[in-house]
Design a protein around this ligand. Structure first.
Ligand code: NAD
Ligand code: IPM
Ligand code: MN
Length: 371
């Protein structure tokens, strides 16, 4: 029996979440398992009801769940006040409380049609397969903060990393690299070691961890400075095929940049986990929060045109990594691929379907793939 928390969030959040919720029933029947879902509030919806972006009781309860499925939070209505009253703080508190230190954000080209959707040239994006692995529970996001003073002259955010934080993320990078069917994927560690002390520690610890624990991956590891990595990502992204292993803020920025490659932010899913993926070891699956990379897209909310694929992608990652349901995850991947190949999708990726129509096509394809 699995227990899963569902957090719909704001704006397009409930619209895209509605399309994946029927999958719980489908999976229960197909795999003869029980899934209990609990629905709670986060973000603006929670601020409106409980005057905080997430309740302590929700964080506590999430600790007892196998996974959390989250849509997206935020919006102009709540863009006021200090950090304690911002919707995004709900997400940050969850990352810290649940120790979700590994944020995995894949960006890849899975169908020929996608080549025409990207704002980069077809020849540049063909064959791109990049997994951004972002440190998610430390660094400048969680360092000591000093808010702007009364004259608005000074404010400060501290970027700090410890050896342990870098070692554990490097192990996740190694697991992702070794999980590749053919040969291990390259590990591209991205830092700013020419300027930042925390980056010099990063580079040293990544190098030592791979050398000492994964000698078979020493040849797969390379180090890049973040500014030039950003340039390569836009100029020749195939050069970064593999796992980009990086700290919190760099990973935030690079993963949005990488998201232009597949054609729409609405296509991407993500996983935030408290340990490495271990599909082969069902007794030690990581707990995770699974959510689309995009935000709550207030500009298109209520129009019924939000792309639900990133939400399906996130559901698939949850099945694969936190529930150990590899067959379900494969069926979801193949349904997404077919949708993109046949153009049965929403307008952001060149289709004519509404969110609901695209959702129902995807569910039908998943049903067929599961047989
Ligand atoms: P956004 O990701 O919401 O939107 C950026 C652009 O992408 C918009 O034009 C939007 O219409 C489009 N887009 C996003 N998702 C789409 C989808 N599924 N289908 C089609 N088009 C889609 O970014 P933003 O506008 O900068 O932020 C809006 C709010 O979301 C802010 O409050 C921000 O803080 C929040 N946010 C939340 C998360 C999260 O919940 N994890 C992540 C990023 C931003
Ligand atoms: C993301 C978002 C978050 C972040 C915000 C909403 C806190 O941009 O998940 O990438 O900056 O990490
Ligand atoms: Mn971001």
């Amino acid at each position: 029996m699995f227990k899963i928390m569902v957090l719909q969030g704001d704006h397009i959040g409930p619209e895209i979440m509605a399309e994946v919720l029927p999958l719980f029933n489908l999976i229960e029947t197909r795999f003869d398992i029980k899934i209990e879902t609990v629905e709670r509030l986060i973000g603006g919806a929670c601020l409106d009801t409980h005057d905080c972006p997430i309740q302590d009781s929700t964080l506590q309860e999430a600790l007892g769940c196998h996974a959390v499925l989250l849509a997206s939070v935020g919006g102009p209505k709540w863009d006021v006040g200090d950090s304690s009253r911002r919707p995004e703080t709900g997400i940050l508190r969850m990352r810290k409380h649940l120790n979700l230190y590994a944020n995995v954000r894949p960006a890849k080209i899975i169908s020929e049609r996608q080549l025409r959707l990207s704002s980069l040239k077809e020849d540049v994006v063909r064959g791109v397969n990049i997994i951004t692995l972002r440190e998610n529970a430390g660094g400048i996001y969680f360092g000591k903060k000093e808010e702007p003073d009364e004259h608005a002259w000074r404010a400060s955010d501290l970027c700090e990393y410890t050896r342990e934080e870098i070692v554990r993320l490097t192990r996740v990078a190694a697991a992702l690299s070794l999980a590749n069917d053919q040969e291990p994927l390259p590990i591209i560690s991205v830092d700013k070691a020419n300027v930042m002390a925390s980056s010099r520690l990063w580079r040293q610890v990544v190098t030592e961890t791979i050398r000492d624990e994964y000698p078979q991956l020493v040849d797969k590891l390379s180090h890049h400075l973040v500014d030039s990595a950003a340039m390569v990502l836009a100029r020749d992204p195939r050069k970064l095929n593999g796992v980009i292993l990086t700290e919190n803020l760099f990973g935030d920025i690079l993963s949005d940049l990488a998201s232009v490659i597949p054609g729409s932010l609405g296509l991407l899913g993500s996983a935030e986990m408290d340990g490495p993926p271990r599909s082969h070891d069902r007794d030690r699956l990581p707990m995770g929060v699974y959510q689309p990379v995009s935000g709550s897209a207030p500009d298109i909310a209520g129009k019924g045109i939000a792309n639900p694929i990133g939400m399906f992608e996130s559901f698939g990652l949850m099945c694969r990594w936190s529930l150990g349901l590899t067959e379900a995850a494969d069926a979801i991947d193949s349904a997404i691929k077919q949708c993109l190949e046949t153009g049965q999708c929403t307008s952001d990726v060149g289709g004519t379907l509404s969110t609901q129509q695209a959702g129902s096509v995807l569910r039908q394809l998943i049903r067929e793939a599961l047989g």
